[in-house]
Design a protein around this ligand. Sequence first.
Ligand code: COA
Length: 367
Amino acid sequence: MNEFKPGLEGVVAVETEIMEPDREGGSLRYRGVDVEPLVGHVPYENVWGLLVDDDLSSTPPDPEPYEPGGLTGDAPGDLQAEMARLAGVWNLGKLNEISDDGAREDLGRLSAQMSAIAACSARVADGSTDPVPEDVVEQGETLAEKFLLRWKGEADPRAVKAIDTYWICTAEHGLNASTFTARVVASTGANCGAALSAAVGALSGPLHGGAPAYVKPMLEEVERMGDPERWVRDALASGKRIMGFGHRVYRAEDPRSRILKRVAKELGSPQVDLAEELEGVALAALQERHPDRVLATNVEYYSAIVLDVAEIPPPLAPAMFACSRVAGWSAHILEQKRTGRLFRPSARYIGPANRPLSEISGAPVAS
Ligand code: COA
């Protein structure tokens, strides 16, 4: 039990009923349901219901009237701040003091605000100061359409399909860094706003959830150079990671990547051909470099291409991820509340042995 596992790789820290990955790359199931047939048949908000309530007819409520305070236009930062702020504005109860139904209600209310606040923040980033009237937003049939209406005042059907597909594919993925964060915070009995705010913070870096923001500039660089093979060779030689490749869990192509690539083609993405060419070259180079480890395309690579069809600017990508993953976070927070235990792993001390204060730099000199 005392074996040190950097990054907790392979350590089973919770038991879950929420999602099951097929490590060899065949499929991904939400509560036992294969994700692939959901895309195009059920909108994202019902997938939220499947994950949170095990009920495809359940959805988050409509967002309550709420004026976010001082949006900056940096959507991931705004979401993180607003989730914490809403906990205070709504006086949310602590998870160890409220009922399971109460927690479910809080998570529904917060989930509804996630995409509404992301849209308002994106609007601020575009330089618009006036919000889109609510009756215009309400004309949207799906959450993806409402998101676009709230952001731009209009919703192109291709962009709606792109966002809906992306949100379904990324709604949940087990005990990744942000979900683990949500569960750790929930395990302390904090309120749901605090747990979701912390989870948003955990996906702002490039190694989890943020990669689409780097994939598009990477493709533009490759296009400018006009030689994908040379680009990959140079990148690997200089120690760079190729964004959108590799995964902690999958040892084969991520099944979500397959769905996203198909939808990118259906939507006539102008970048999908270049992406496929770079994918082939990168896979061959990575395999040559790491023959003992499968470094395949992950969800983030074709997410970037699909999000580009919806004209999502790269800095908005982590917020788009938060809008979808709030489903998985909510389901895990509820599961943690019902079955979990306070997280408290151990650290192995490898610092200096007992030593006198006089050995420490800056210690006061004895008079
Ligand atoms: N490009 C180039 N090399 C990569 C790589 C990539 N995308 N992903 C992993 N590697 C290499 C590492 O450099 C390392 O090589 P080394 O043993 O010679 O040092 C080896 O493969 C193992 O990497 P490791 O960091 O242990 O893998 P991991 O399982 O911890 O990492 C990711 C998983 C996703 C963090 C990692 O693959 C990565 O950084 N990918 C790029 C970012 C990305 O796409 N993020 C989105 C994730 S969904």
